[in-house]
Write a protein that binds this ligand. Sequence first.
Ligand SMILES: [Zn+2]
Length: 225
Amino acid sequence: MAECRSEALLLRRIPYGDTSLICHFMTESHGRLALMVRGARRRISPFRAALAPLYRLQLRWRPGRTGMGILLEAVRGPAWLPEDRMLEGLELLAVAAGLYREGDPHGYAEVVMVLQRLATGSLPESLHAAVWHLLQLCGWVGNMDECWKCNAPVAQQRSMYWQAGSLVCHHCGRGREISVAFCARMRDVLHQQAVQMPRAEHALWKHMISSVLQQHHIRLAGGYQ
Ligand SMILES: [Zn+2]
């Protein structure tokens, strides 16, 4: 089979045998793809330095006739994030790895877009906004200016409620109270306004993200578990 090339980023590395790795990549041309990387854990392997997450990678591989393809070359380009945001970047990749399953042709452009969102603004707002944006791209969350069931405008409510991964008005359900002011601050952060949220709202937003992931049966080990 002909060799393939693509820009990519590394999602997961899984040890295989004594010296090899199975690596999950998000590729520009083929979406999420797992490749065998032979000898990658040997001390002298050229793959050791190249296969790091959160870098722009250029991959060359041979697709498998029946099974997994073999990675032939990986060239590491620049990092997607500044050094002090790498931990948040790994959290974002963990969510992406849950959202896009193997064989899914989508994901690369989406993940690159939200990494760029994470690169600017204050933390943790930028991380929550980046994850939220990824959930929006998957169609799992709606707009913060209307009830997700009946489309009643948030601006005309006293408060909204968070129920099983959805924002609802008081006609449509009850749950954890979500103030209209918080909806407005979330919208501002999502539109990259320089808004600082009170600490309690960081926790609330994180809870909302976790509950959306739970509704879709995605279990993560990291911050959004
Ligand atoms: Zn409603």
